[in-house]
Write a protein of this length. Structure first.
Length: 557
């Protein structure tokens, strides 16, 4: 509405212009409604949606954006990406921003931190927007939280990896088992060849005295080899079941090392191997037999894998600066060495660097695994070092030293006196004729009067017929085994043999078998094979000092 004065007249006039804006208002209302609807729709979506202009400032965002940043829409609007995200996350996404502003639709996944500090895995898609002039004036960002999907994918991948690892481990275990069983078969069969061969030749009686001696020595050596293999198998079974036990006493470790050196002396001389020693007395609390087993394993391996004219160096010294103070045994050789790849597995059971080693050098590859268990049961440690193949190896054993002020080392045992069983009445029960015969013969040679039977029923009848000083019984017999026999014997009156001293002599050699024997009523459990001298020593120890005459033996009954 415009007012003005009419020329030449005393009055004013006005001109009115009327513009109809109904359509414009309708359009504005419609646009506003569409904006409200767009906001409503985007707010209802579980994804982050925004529009960012070419200056990298937020011009639109939905509620998910507000929740992610912990800000209101007004606090986000007009802010730059750098302001909202921070330098680290901004640098992470900047390469993708450059690509979308160049006109490329971009999708990527990455980890980001929310305002609450939660680290989430997000999948972002950037879509460029082109204005009417064909210029990219910004882009739409659509971002979804894929953390759960990524977690599931990671768990699935881990599951697949675990399954793959388990399958590989099972295949490796089966391969190791098959190789080990093949080695066991080889190592058990090999000694049987000379044993059976020489036995047949000895039966013919046509060998010269020299050949007879050679044959007997070969039979004994190979029989001992089989016993060692069986003992190793039993020991590794104890290791796997956690059932290996020690009988600890104060001992001088130098005596153990010296005894081990004596066992390999002839083998070293046969290969012209120089054995150098430096031993100092070291008192420890330990199981002498088990520690001798460790030394035998280490020394026999050193001799076995060292070529002719090589050298083995053995030392024993106290290491006062370590905690705890330790006796340190070192066995170093100039032999075939250990590869870097196998060194971490050298003390594992059923593992050999190369099973061709067994064919060349023999053995089951159990000795070091057993040695580690024995040393660790003593509270010590064992380690192996080697510069590499054909460069020798060094094994180091550490055993905690005993308190010297509290320990008196036992005196060396004197030479054993010849065992005399004169007059002892002994009943031998064994269903296996050869075992029965050799046991009875050894006892008879020592002066005992021996009665032999082949079953539990016959044993009970023999006990009822005559007074006896000792029962030696097998366990694994048909119908009535050794346990049942002993239980029935213990139900008898004392005057009819109920208190008869008894030894279980059996091929059932485990701790469980020994415990069953003791529970049944046996006083001793002796595993087969047993050397006659050792059996005689056990008998005398059981009968105590009364084995010189039958009369003395009966006096303690």
């Amino acid at each position: 509405l415009l007012g003005y004065t009419l020329t030449g007249q005393d009055r004013e006039a006005a001109v009115m212009f009327v513009l109809d804006m109904s359509d414009r208002k309708k359009i504005e209302a419609a646009l506003q409604q569409r904006e409200i609807e767009l906001q409503l729709v985007t707010d209802s979506l579980p994804v982050l949606i925004s529009f960012i202009d070419a200056d990298l400032r937020y011009r639109f965002n939905n509620r998910a954006y507000e929740e992610w940043f912990g800000c209101s829409a007004s606090e986000i609007y007009g802010k730059s990406i750098l302001e909202m995200m921070g330098e680290a996350d901004y640098q992470k996404i900047f390469p993708y921003i450059q690509r979308v502003l160049a006109g490329e639709m971009v999708t990527y996944e990455s980890e980001f931190s929310s305002h609450a500090g939660d680290v989430r895995f997000l999948r972002a898609t950037y879509v460029p927007r082109m204005n009417s002039k064909g210029v990219i004036d910004g882009f739409v960002a659509m971002i979804s939280d894929v953390s759960d999907r990524k977690k599931n994918e990671a768990e699935k991948e881990q599951l697949l990896q675990r399954e793959h690892n388990a399958r590989e481990a099972a295949e490796r275990a089966n391969r190791i088992k098959d190789e080990f069983l093949a080695v066991v078969s080889h190592e058990l069969r090999t000694p049987m060849n000379p044993i059976l061969g020489w036995s047949q030749l000895l039966k013919r009686g046509s060998l010269s005295p020299e050949k007879t001696a050679q044959a007997l020595e070969s039979v004994e050596r190979n029989a001992r080899s089989q016993v060692q293999l069986i003992d190793d198998l039993l020991d590794i079974s104890r290791v796997l079941r956690g059932k290996m036990n020690l009988t600890e006493n104060p001992i001088d470790l130098s005596n153990v090392v010296t005894a081990g050196l004596e066992t390999i002396r002839l083998a070293a001389e046969a290969k012209s191997i120089k054995v150098t020693t430096a031993l100092s007395p070291c008192a420890v609390n330990g199981d002498e037999g088990r520690l001798q087993q460790v030394m035998w394993n280490l020394l026999s391996n050193a001799i076995k894998f060292t070529p002719e004219s090589g050298e083995v160096v053995v030392s024993l010294q106290a290491e006062a600066h370590s905690k705890p103070n330790s006796a340190v045994i070192t066995v170093a050789d100039t032999g075939k060495g250990i590869t870097a790849e196998f060194l971490p597995y050298v003390f594992e059971h059923f593992r050999q660097e190369d099973y061709s080693t067994t064919r060349q050098f023999g053995g089951l590859g159990l000795g070091l695994a057993i040695s580690r268990q024995i040393v660790e049961l003593h509270g010590g440690s064992i380690a192996a070092e080697s510069p590499g193949e054909n460069q020798g190896a060094t094994f180091t054993v550490k055993i905690p030293l005993a308190d010297q002020s509290l320990i008196e080392l036992p005196a060396r045992a004197s030479a054993p006196e010849p065992k005399n069983l004169n007059g002892l009445q002994i009943l031998v029960v064994d269903d296996e004729a050869d075992s029965q015969e050799i046991t009875a013969f050894a006892l008879t040679q020592a002066g005992a009067q021996v009665v032999t039977v082949s079953s539990g029923a016959e044993a009970l009848a023999a006990i009822a017929q005559q007074p006896l000083d000792l029962l030696i019984s097998d366990i694994g017999m048909p119908e009535m085994d050794g346990y049942m026999l002993m239980q029935q014997v213990r139900t008898l009156p004392s005057e009819k043999g109920g208190l008869l001293k008894a030894i279980a002599l059996t091929a059932y050699a485990g701790e469980i078998d020994a415990n069953r024997a003791f529970l049944a009523g046996f006083q001793r459990h002796v595993s087969k094979p047993v050397e006659p001298d050792r059996l005689l020593s056990i008998i005398c120890e059981l009968i105590k000092d009364t084995c010189k005459t039958a009369k003395a033996a009966k006096n303690i009954g």
